[in-house]
Structures are given as C-alpha cells and as structure tokens.
Design a protein around this ligand. Structure first.
Ligand code: ATP
Ligand code: MG
Length: 269
C-alpha cells in the first residue's frame, strides 16, 4: 500500500480541495523553516473549519469590514501591521505591498518565541521585498503591562506608538490587552466569535489568503479619498452588527447545505 504522505506537495490541480491543501502544505513547509510554530498548525486547522462553514469565500460582511478597516488604517496617525508566523508564511508579498500602500510598517510580534524564528520571518519578509521591519531588536523592546505572555514586548517605534494596529490572526489575550491600552484594533479571524473577533474594533471574518488581496485592492481605491469620506465609512460601520450578520451567513449556508450537500454527491456518482 502506498503510504499517505500528508506532506506531499504534488496535489493535482483538479482536486476539489486543491486551494485548501495547497495552503496546508505551505504552513507545514514553513514550520520546517521555523517561520510557523507547531501551535500555528493547529490554529490553521481551526481556521479551516470556520472557512468551510463560511463557504470558503469572501462574504458581503467581510467586504464591508475590509472597507472600514482600510478607511481606519488610512486615517490613522501611526498605523502598524503586526506580523506572526502564519501570516508571514501565507501572504508575505501581500503584507509588504499593503504596508507600502497604506504607509504602515511591519512589526514581527510572536507568541511562540524560539531561537531563529524572528530571523526566519525576517528572511521571508525581506524575500518579499520588505525594506524596513520592526520588532527585530529584542533589547530595544518595551512592555505592554496588561499582558503576561511573550508578546507583551513591543517595538517602541511600532505598536507602542501606534493608534491603529492591524493584527491578522491574533490571540484573544493580546487583542484585549491592545484594546486596554487604548489602541484601535483591526483583526482578521475566521472565527466570528473568538475573543479576538469580539474585542476588535473592526473584525474581518474571512481567510487571510483572500483578505490581503482584497485589502490591497480597496487601499488603492481609497488612498486618494478625502478624510471626510473615509470618516463617514468608519462611522457607518457597526462591528457588533457585522459579526451578527456573519453568524446569519453561517446559519444560511448551513441550512443550504442541509438541503443540497447530498444532492451534489448523488449527482456525481
Ligand atoms: P481567541 O484567543 O481569539 O479566543 P482562539 O484561542 O480560539 O481565539 P487562537 O489559536 O488564539 O484561537 O487564534 C487562531 C485564530 O486564527 C482562530 O480563531 C482561527 O480561526 C484563526 N485563523 C487561523 N487561520 C486563519 C486564516 N488563514 N485566516 C483567518 N483566520 C485564521
Ligand atoms: Mg487564543
């Protein structure tokens, strides 16, 4: 019997789960280079589960949140993009491109620190064209008092002075801590009811893989807009309502699957 080698990257392009498997392999590969922590694999799996229930697409509610997020980032005095291992592994090029368009530096900020991990993430971002990366010099870091974990350390020229922090795939404790020290938080999280999603000012419930290109597209569009228009977009956005609508989307999708999933199966026999 041929062993089922989960790490075989040769996934046939017509495989029904091609996209999902491609990124799963990417995460596994980048764990070997130290970019991704072991726990990052589990976080990715948790995300995949919610992605399934959202129909693996960017829903209207995510589009609304993306628009508001870009407006908030463009009107910030100091916006910053916090980068962890999974984000760096999945979309390094897009992180660099967005950072340049919205003029928000990238800061590496890790929960699971391990010798060589910061350097590995630095390499992947530099390979994607990043010119300036914050969070590299551990001696220079300052502490966020509300937090006991490793990630209490932040860069004095980055998260410390930022008014708006973009945290894709963040942990709930840290999102809460960032809120408690007065930051506006934009999060990307496939789980609409994680603590991160509930604490954030703007929660984009969608896969980071699809979110980043959409954010870049909207940032290019809104970059020239005047401050008044951007403020209006922010004011009109209601995060609590948007999360509730996202939950409705999951309910609707699940109901539809209840009716159609087996029909699809029968038709393909
Ligand atoms: P919280 O700490 O916010 O309560 P949690 O403990 O359930 O959440 P964590 O492991 O801390 O979850 O964070 C991982 C989060 O990232 C999960 O909610 C998961 O859904 C989300 N996630 C994982 N991969 C992706 C992805 N590719 N795109 C968007 N979200 C993702
Ligand atoms: Mg958590």
């Amino acid at each position: 019997m041929t062993p089922n080698n989960d790490q075989d990257p040769k996934i046939p392009i017509d495989h029904p789960r091609y996209e999902s498997l491609k990124y799963r392999h990417k995460i596994i590969e980048e764990m070997k280079t130290l970019v991704v922590a072991e726990a990052g694999l589990i976080a990715h799996g948790r995300g995949e589960c919610f992605d399934y229930m959202l129909g693996e697409k960017t829903n209207e509610t995510a589009k609304e949140a993306i628009k508001a997020a870009i407006a908030l980032l463009l009107t910030a005095t100091h916006a910053i993009i916090s980068v962890n291992g999974n984000t760096a592994a999945l979309c390094p090029n897009e992180l660099v491109e967005l950072s340049e368009i919205i003029n928000a530096p990238l800061e590496i900020n890790l929960f699971y620190r391990k010798e060589g991990r910061i350097e590995a993430i630095e390499n992947i971002l530099q390979g994607a064209g990043a010119k300036k990366i914050l969070g590299l010099n551990e001696q220079n870091m300052v502490e966020i008092e509300e937090l006991s974990s490793n990630r209490r350390n932040v860069d004095p020229n980055g998260i410390k002075i930022a008014d708006v922090v973009f945290v894709p795939l963040e942990d709930g404790d840290r999102t809460e801590a960032l809120k408690k020290i007065g930051k506006k938080v934009v999060a990307v999280d496939l789980n609409p009811i994680s603590r991160t999603s509930l604490w954030a000012d703007i929660t984009i419930v969608d896969n980071i893989i699809r979110v980043m290109p959409e954010m870049i597209k909207i940032a290019k569009k809104l970059k020239g807009a005047d401050e008044k228009e951007l403020k209006k977009i922010i004011e009109r956005f209601d995060n609590k309502k948007n999360i509730q609508l996202t939950l409705d989307t999951i309910i609707k999708y699940t109901k539809k699957q209840k009716k159609t999933a087996f029909v699809k199966l029968r038709n393909s026999i």
